[in-house]
Write a protein that binds this ligand. Structure first.
Ligand code: ZN
Length: 254
């Protein structure tokens, strides 16, 4: 079974998971392709479907290279990443633990990721990315929460039950009316402050109006009259984020 594909000269790890799903599907997230295939499907059919899904994904990327080029990131030990302009040291170590973990060390601005020794190369890449973004989310959630609370208290006074930071390929933020929860994409933290604030206002505006009607945009406009500039910025620059500022150590991993 394939474990990576190369599109436009960029090799992307492919992680194939046999599990209890009804249909086969391909997901691209955090620079990794994950393909889920029903457990019961015979090996030959699984191979054929994997190839088909990869070919379809490649075709999509060739039409729209932005889908992968810039946001494909692989964090390595020694990298520096700068969400909200804060330089964070990334340490990735092997450990005896069964499960991966992300530990935030605020006193030395670092994120320590521990990976189980048993991981293969594809899993190392995907798990490292997932854990680094988890660490970034843990580190900066209090900051984002307080920013949302300030804007909410000033303009909205809405009831909010929960605020989360999650890495996503699509959507900069979301609001669930049912749970009164705001979710912000961790990727957003790498964009300029004005753009971040626009997204926070946008999601808070959804606490008043669910859809994107004129009434919705009027609320946004009243708080951020120049909001269209930020929307354009997201469209034009949202897929070309530099997650890695520079490296402090040379490592042999690639
Ligand atoms: Zn919206």
């Amino acid at each position: 079974m394939i474990n990576q594909i190369t599109i436009n000269g960029i090799s992307i790890p492919v992680n194939i998971i046999r599990c209890n799903v009804r249909n086969c599907y391909l997901k691209f997230n955090e620079g990794i392709i994950t393909i889920k295939i029903p457990k019961r499907l015979p090996e030959n059919d699984a191979k054929e479907i994997t190839n088909k899904l990869c070919a379809r994904f490649s075709a999509r990327v060739l039409k729209d290279p932005k889908l992968i080029t810039q946001n494909t990131v692989y964090f390595k030990d020694g990298d520096i990443t700068s969400p909200l302009g804060i330089n964070l040291n990334v340490s990735i170590l092997n450990s005896e633990n069964k499960n991966p973990s992300a530990i935030v060390k605020k006193h030395c601005n670092s994120i320590l990721v521990k990976l189980p020794k048993s991981l293969n190369e594809t899993d190392i890449k995907s798990t490292s990315n997932r854990m680094v973004f988890l660490g970034i989310s843990k580190y900066l959630l209090p900051t984002i929460k307080s920013r949302i609370n300030v804007i909410n208290n000033t303009y909205f006074r809405s009831e909010i039950n929960d605020i989360r930071l999650r890495y996503k390929e699509t959507s900069w933020g979301s609001y669930s009316k049912m749970t009164k929860r705001i979710t912000i994409n961790t990727k957003l933290l790498y964009l300029p402050n004005d753009v971040i604030n626009y997204v926070l206002v946008h999601e808070l505006a959804h606490t008043k109006v669910s859809n994107h009607s004129k009434r919705f945009w009027d609320i946004v406009y009243n708080i951020i009259p120049e909001y269209k500039i930020h929307r354009r910025y997201l469209r034009n620059n949202g897929s070309s984020i530099n997650f890695i500022s520079n490296s402090t150590k040379n490592t042999n991993t690639n």
